[in-house]
Design a protein around this ligand. Sequence first.
Ligand SMILES: C[S@@+](CC[C@H](N)C(=O)[O-])C[C@H]1O[C@@H](n2cnc3c(N)ncnc32)[C@H](O)[C@@H]1O
Length: 278
Amino acid sequence: MTPPSPVIAAGSTLASLQLRPPLDAVDNRILICHALGLSRVALITQSERALTGDEAQRLSALLARRLAGEPIAYIVGQREFFGLPFEVSGAVLIPRPDTELLVELALERLAPRARLLDMGTGSGAIAVALAHGRPDAAVTALDVSEAALAVARRNAAANGASVSFLRSDWFAALDDAVFDVIVSNPPYIASGDRHLSEGDLRFEPAGALTDHADGLSALRRIVAGAPRHLAAQGWLLLEHGYDQAEAVRALLAAAGYAEVQSWRDLAGIERASGGRRP
Ligand SMILES: C[S@@+](CC[C@H](N)C(=O)[O-])C[C@H]1O[C@@H](n2cnc3c(N)ncnc32)[C@H](O)[C@@H]1O
């Protein structure tokens, strides 16, 4: 079926636009607020206000992008993660609620003034959430993408979080730095996986999603390289795909990590695994 035209008529009231298919009321509300620079409260109090010609054009353009499948977070340039606002652009993965599990696991393991490293920081979501929640911690975050690091630096500044950022191909630029906790949500989708050409993933940076191999190659490199940068008893905590927990535990066990285990997300799926320095 052809989707209804995204062209919005000048003179439409805000109330009528919120119920306009094919988007649901939440998406409509977010796009209207963004196009018109209105708060949610203003949308309610000004429900009978009619759109000007300029506003109708702006909203039509946003709606067309959404109907073409672009994630709403990229359209409005923002996504919430761990209760904090994060700028997002096509240079970074949109932070997922699933990844909050990794933040919680790290928070449980951070001793006072602990040193933490976030590998493949993207928007900075994990590092900024941790530095915001634990200002006493010394948080370092790295990424191979300079464009992602620029977004992450702005997110740290906007959220008042102190994070040291570093451009690095995994451990390459770390010298002999040592951390008490290393966390990573690396690219773990295998090349050729059909999900890469579906939904939001079509719009996200390929380098954030896939390792261009079997899905485990970045995880292998991190598991192998982390011991040299972990303090005694230090934790390595990794996010991975819904079907990779067994494989990641096997990698950790083969590398000699202690207390190897996996943790389930809110849907009951093992989405994070880790262990202590061998
Ligand atoms: C799945 S995204 C995670 C982003 C963010 N940490 C999050 O959880 O929302 C993976 C990140 O790893 C980065 N990355 C990919 N290859 C890398 C490499 N060789 N060295 C460092 N970072 C890398 C990507 O640029 C991307 O930002």
